[in-house]
Design a protein around this ligand. Structure first.
Ligand SMILES: CC(=O)N[C@H]1[C@@H](OP(=O)(O)O)O[C@H](CO)[C@@H](O)[C@@H]1O
Ligand SMILES: [Mg+2]
Length: 548
C-alpha cells in the first residue's frame, strides 16, 4: 500500500511523450493504429490498468498488445477485466481521456479526476498480467507498459508472446484460483492441459477425421498450434501453413481469417483441392473460419454463422438426450449474420435468436442472458457461455441410461473445452472438430445445414460518418433523415432482399451490407444502396462501382 508518487509519474511520462495533435479513441478493440504512434498510449494504458486493479480490490487486470488482423505495421492495446471480459464500457472513456492528455501535467490531472470520479483508493495495491502477439513493435510497447507499472508499484506478471484468448484465460484463472469458480491453472501449460483433457474426453474411442490444414496468418497461432499438437496429436493431425512469424511483412498478408472471409477464397499458395479440410485463424488467434473445396473445386466458406449453427444443434441434442430440459439455449448474432442462418436457427433448430449491435462486448452480454448462450459474429469471432445454473445442472446431473450419462459427460467436457472468456480460435477449432468427430460428418455435410444467401459488404467513404445514426441493432437508419425510407424502397422488389447501412466503429467508412436470392440481385442491390449513400450523405472520392 503506497500513495501514487505523481512526480515519478511525470518523470516517467516525459520519456513517453504524446505525439502532439493526435486524437486517440478507445474503441471496440481498444486502441489500434500505426505502431509508431502508440508508445505514449501503451504507457498510459499501463497506468489505467493499475487504476482499474486498485478500483477492483487489487484483482488482476490483463493488458494485451495486439492489432489482431490489421497489417503488421499496426499495433494496439486493450485491457481485460478480472473474469476475462472486455474492459467495462464506462472505463473506455477514462482510457480515451488518459491517452489524449497533451502534457505530463495534464496526465496527472486526468489520473486524479479518474480517482475522484470512480471513488478508487489510489494507495491500494494493483496487479497486472500482460502479453503480446508476434508483431515486431511488441517488445518496445511492452516496455512502455512496464515503465508505467513500475512507477505505480504494481505487481506484474509478464505472460510473454501469447494469443489474445490465452491472456483472457489466464486473467480469469489468476482471479479465481482457490475459489469455487476456479477456472484453471494460471499458466500456458494449464491452458493446453485444460483444452487437451476436455478434447480427449470428447473424441477418444471415435474414428479420427483426416488432417486439418490450419492457416495461422503468419501470427502467434502458429507456434501455439505446435504446442497444442503436443497434447492432442494422437487424435488430430495439423498441417500448419502460413506459419512464418519471422519474415517481415508476412503477418496477415494474403492469409488469415479476415482475408478468407472478406475475399471469399483460400489464401494464395494453399492447395485447397477437394477433400482438404482447412481453417484460418487471424493474427491474434481469436477468430476462426473453416472452408473446403467442393467436387468442382469451388471454394466453400463455413463462417461464424455456420459455426454457431453447428454448435447450437450439437448442444441442443446433448441437453435433450441428457434430460436437462430446464437449460435454456439461445443464439446471439449481429445484423451481418446471413439471413439463411437466422432462418435455420429459428425455423429448424427452433432456438431463440437475438440480434445485437456489432462488437463482441454486445454479443457477450446478450449471451449471458441465456443458460447456454452461443454467440458468433459472421467473421468468426465467438464462443459459448454456460451460466452457473447450467454448469451446476450439468455437474449434478446423474443420468439413468448410458446415453444420458454420455450426454452429461459430453456437456461437462464442453464447459472445459470452450474458452468462455472470449472467442478463441484454438478452442473453437477443437470444439468444431469434436462435434464433427462425434457426428462423424464432413465439412460438406456440415455445410448442408443451410445454403447462405449471396451477400456483399461494401465500404463507402463519406465526409462525416458520424452523421449516421442507427436503431434496431443497427438494422435501420434514424439519421440522415429520410435515407432509410429510400433504402426500403430500393430493397422492396428483391427476393429475400435485405440491406442495411451503419458507420464502422473501427474504420473511417460507412458499411453497406446487402443480401438477396441470387448473386446478381445481391450485387445489384449492394451497388444501388452504396450509390444512394454516396449521393445522399456526402460521398468522398470515387462513387461506388458496379460489381462485375
Ligand atoms: C462487419 C465487420 O466484420 N465488422 C467488424 C469490425 O467492426 P466495424 O464496427 O464494422 O468496423 O471490427 C470489429 C472489431 O474487431 C468486429 O467486432 C466487427 O465484426
Ligand atoms: Mg483478432
Amino acid at each position: 500500500m503506497a500513495p501514487i508518487d505523481y512526480n515519478k509519474v511525470k518523470l516517467a511520462s516525459a520519456k513517453h511523450p504524446k505525439p502532439p495533435g493526435v486524437k486517440f479513441t478507445y474503441g471496440t478493440a481498444g486502441f489500434r493504429m500505426k505502431a509508431e504512434l502508440l508508445d505514449s498510449v501503451t504507457f498510459r494504458v499501463g497506468i489505467l490498468a493499475s487504476l482499474r486493479s486498485k478500483k477492483l480490490d487489487s484483482k488482476t487486470i490483463g493488458v494485451m498488445i495486439t492489432a489482431s488482423h490489421n497489417p503488421e505495421e499496426d499495433n494496439g492495446v486493450k485491457l481485460v477485466d478480472p473474469y476475462g471480459e472486455m474492459l467495462e464500457q464506462s472505463w473506455e472513456e477514462h482510457a480515451t481521456k488518459l491517452a489524449n492528455a497533451e502534457s505530463d501535467d495534464d496526465l496527472v490531472n486526468v489520473i486524479q479526476d479518474i480517482i475522484v470520479n470512480t471513488g478508487l483508493d489510489g494507495s491500494n495495491d494493483s496487479s497486472i498480467v500482460y502479453a503480446r502477439d508476434t508483431r515486431p513493435s511488441g517488445p518496445a510497447l511492452v516496455a512502455a507498459v512496464e515503465d508505467a507499472l513500475k512507477v505505480l508499484g504494481a505487481k506484474t506478471l509478464d505472460f510473454g508472446v501469447k494469443t489474445t484468448p490465452e491472456l483472457h484465460y489466464v486473467t480469469r484463472c489468476l482471479n479465481t484460483t482457490g475459489t469455487e469458480d476456479a477456472y484453471g491453472e494460471p499458466t500456458e501449460e494449464g491452458y493446453f492441459k485444460k483444452l487437451g483433457d476436455a478434447f480427449r474426453e470428447l473424441v477418444e474411442r471415435k474414428p479420427h477425421p483426416s488432417a486439418l490444414t490450419v492457416d495461422a496468418a503468419n501470427g502467434v497461432g502458429a507456434p501455439k498450434i505446435r504446442q497444442l499438437a503436443e497434447v492432442v496429436g494422437e487424435f488430430i493431425d495439423f498441417n500448419v501453413v502460413n506459419d512464418d512469424i519471422y519474415t517481415k511483412g508476412k503477418l496477415n498478408f494474403q492469409c488469415g481469417a479476415d482475408f478468407v472471409k472478406t475475399q471469399q477464397r483460400a489464401p494464395p499458395g494453399m492447395n485447397l483441392v477437394s477433400g482438404v479440410r482447412a481453417c484460418s485463424f487471424d493474427g491474434d488467434a481469436d477468430r476462426i473460419v473453416y472452408y473446403y473445396a467442393d467436387e468442382d473445386g469451388k471454394f466453400r466458406l463455413l463462417d461464424g454463422d455456420k459455426i454457431a449453427g453447428l454448435a447450437a444443434s450439437f448442444i441442443i441434442d446433448l441437453v435433450r438426450t441428457a434430460g436437462l430440459g430446464d437449460i435454456k439455449i439461445g443464439v446471439v448474432q449481429t445484423a451481418y449474420a446471413n439471413g439463411s442462418s437466422t432462418a435455420y436457427l429459428t425455423n429448424v433448430l427452433k432456438v431463440p435468436v437475438s440480434c445485437v449491435p456489432t462488437g463482441v462486448k454486445h454479443l457477450h452480454h446478450e449471451a449471458e442472458k441465456y443458460d447456454v448462450g452461443v454467440y458468433f459474429e459472421a467473421n468468426g469471432h465467438g464462443t459459448v457461455l454456460f451460466s452457473s445454473h447450467a454448469i451446476n445442472s450439468i455437474r449434478s446431473a446423474k443420468g439413468g441410461t448410458p446415453e444420458q450419462v454420455e450426454a452429461i459427460n459430453r456437456l461437462s467436457a464442453l464447459t472445459n473445452l470452450i474458452n468462455q472468456t472470449v472467442g478463441d480460435a484454438i478452442s473453437d477449432m477443437l470444439f468444431v472438430e469434436s462435434i464433427l468427430t462425434n457426428k462423424q460428418i464432413t465439412l460438406k455435410q456440415w455445410d448442408q445445414a443451410y445454403t447462405d444467401l449471396p451477400n456483399r459488404l461494401v465500404k463507402v467513404v463519406v465526409a462525416d460518418r458520424h452523421i449516421f445514426r442507427t436503431t434496431d441493432a443497427e438494422r435501420k437508419l434514424v439519421e440522415p433523415k429520410g435515407l432509410q425510407d429510400k433504402i426500403n424502397t430500393i430493397v422492396a422488389p428483391y427476393t429475400e432482399g435485405r440491406s442495411f447501412v451503419r458507420p464502422s466503429g473501427t474504420e473511417d467508412v460507412v458499411r453497406v451490407y446487402a443480401e438477396a436470392a441470387t448473386r446478381q440481385e445481391c450485387d445489384e442491390l449492394a451497388f444501388k444502396i452504396a450509390g444512394l449513400v454516396f449521393d445522399e450523405a456526402g460521398g468522398v472520392g470515387e462513387r461506388p462501382k458496379e460489381f462485375l
